[in-house]
Design a protein around this ligand. Structure first.
Ligand code: PLP
Length: 470
């Protein structure tokens, strides 16, 4: 491809991308086609001959765009998904153009230095111990996994066992203690590490899914030997925070490693009005947090943060003779992968674009918007908010005045109707034995007017389903 052709392709995708973004506010917030339709659209034999880039990009966009959720839209409240803001997107495009494999600092010093500096910014914004190490990983799933791998090595090393060399066969058993409602991906991490998803001590939680600190302390006090405890900043349905000061004290009294899953909630630390929620979590040993949720970086982006940088490195180091060593920070030493994209650039760009003040204001705005949503919804009779709206999550129960099974079925149909209507997008979950509507306010594009319009869309779908059922 010559330079003129390359410029023409880049211009073509810039125009496409801008048109896509411009259309998002008014576009339906659900995908326009089903999975089967998307499959049918892509169904094709292996191409025998190459196709020019301009043409295949047009084709790719035409095949793809009908099957995309409107995750950039201002009324997208599904799961917990950030909006990929322009600064992060732009840095990510350049990251692809620069084509760096960022495993090693000698190969690509700027990528490593950018991660190192961005890591320092993250520690400051999240107010975590400044000497911690930071690995730039794909998501909180892998951030948690990476931190727990460091934990596994370290708690076993302290009892004289080298898990990295000798594995887990014959090793002293490691106790894993966590809340009954820990995020499902934490259990995935435990499985990858040979701990088993079920071989855990499960601590009772309160109505917000927050661990009962007394129950935690009692459970930990009973254990002997190496212990890893896992607490949570930001429960997936309630946004609730474990009581870190009490948990850390009980955990550390028994020499446990305390890990915090803070996929989105850890960002409360970057916001003076919300920071009290995470009080005490700075005394933990490791933290997993996403960029692609609250920081609005492009996917994929998350950070594995470990107080004991040596434990982090021991768990992740890749020793290969063709990789030059040295005192530089090698990005691969802190993550499971060797070859990967330079994730630091998009994070640097988002922090630069928002600034400390912008991040704090955004987090606070989302929390206020979540409260506004909760107020609007609960003004309707039979609509109940099931959580304390301390953060950005609203767990909504529809039909609190109806029979439970009937209310659950109606709620499921209401969620489907809301999604079909497309004004906003919400998901559902079963929580505390009830079908709920989950509203997660986390898009940089959401305004108060979007909250009001969405609350009205949710309530009118609910009224319509009740009416259809009557
Ligand atoms: C989203 C989330 C995860 C998983 O994060 P990914 O970025 O999807 O891998 C883990 N824990 C909590 C609390 C989450 O909200």
């Amino acid at each position: 491809m010559n330079s003129e052709e390359l410029r023409s392709v880049l211009k073509q995708i810039a125009d496409r991308a801008a048109a896509f973004r411009e259309s998002r506010a008014d576009a339906p917030h659900r995908p326009l086609c089903t999975y089967a339709e998307a499959q049918a659209a892509f169904d094709a034999p292996v191409p025998e001959r190459g196709v020019p880039v301009g043409a295949l990009i047009e084709e790719l966009a035409t095949l793809t765009e009908p099957g995309l959720a409107n995750m950039v839209g201002p009324r997208f409240f599904g799961w917990v998904i950030g909006a990929t803001e322009p600064a992060g997107m732009a840095a990510d495009w350049l990251t692809s153009a620069w084509a760096q494999n960022v495993g090693n600092a000698h190969a690509t010093p700027a990528a490593s230095a950018c991660e190192e500096q961005t890591g320092k910014w993250l520690l400051e914004l999240l107010d975590l111990p400044r000497a911690s190490s930071v690995g730039f990983v794909s998501g909180a799933t892998i951030a948690n996994f990476t931190c727990l791998a460091a934990a596994r090595g370290e708690v076993l090393r302290r009892v004289g066992w080298d898990a990295d060399a000798d594995g887990l066969f014959g090793a002293p058993p490691v106790h894993v203690v966590l809340g009954e409602e820990a995020h499902s991906t934490v259990f995935s991490g435990l499985r990858y590490l040979g701990f088993g998803a079920k071989r855990v001590v499960s601590v009772a939680v309160d109505d917000n899914g927050v661990m009962k600190p007394g129950a935690f302390a009692k459970a930990v006090a009973k254990l002997d030997g190496p212990i890893i405890a896992i607490a949570q900043a930001g429960h997936i349905n309630s946004g609730g925070f474990d009581r870190f000061a009490e948990i850390a004290e009980a955990a550390h009294a028994k020499g446990a490693w305390l890990h915090i899953d803070g996929a989105f909630g850890l960002w409360a630390r970057a916001c003076p009005e919300r920071a009290h929620l995470g009080r005490g979590l700075e005394s933990a040993d490791s933290w997993g947090v996403d960029g692609h949720k609250w920081l609005q970086t492009p996917h994929d982006s998350a950070y594995a943060i470990v107080r004991n940088a040596e434990a982090h490195r021991r768990a992740m180091l890749i020793a290969a003779s063709y990789l030059p060593a040295g005192s530089e920070r090698h990005p691969a030493d802190y993550v499971p992968e060797l070859s990967r994209r330079g994730r630091g650039f998009a994070t640097w760009a988002m922090i630069k674009s928002l600034g400390r003040e912008g991040i704090a204001a955004m987090v606070e705005r989302h929390c206020a918007q979540a409260r506004r949503m909760a107020e609007r919804l609960s003004a309707e009779s039979g609509v109940e908010i099931m959580n304390d709206v301390v953060l950005n999550q609203v767990a909504v129960r529809l039909g609190a005045d109806l029979d439970g099974a009937e209310a659950d079925a109606l709620t499921e149909r209401t969620i489907a109707r809301i999604q079909r209507d497309g004004v906003c997008f919400v998901g559902g979950a079963v929580w505390r034995g009830r079908q709920i509507v989950r509203v997660s306010v986390i898009s940089a594009n959401t305004t108060e007017a979007d909250i009001d319009r969405s609350a009205e869309a949710i309530l009118s779908a609910w009224r319509a389903e009740k009416h259809a059922n009557a």
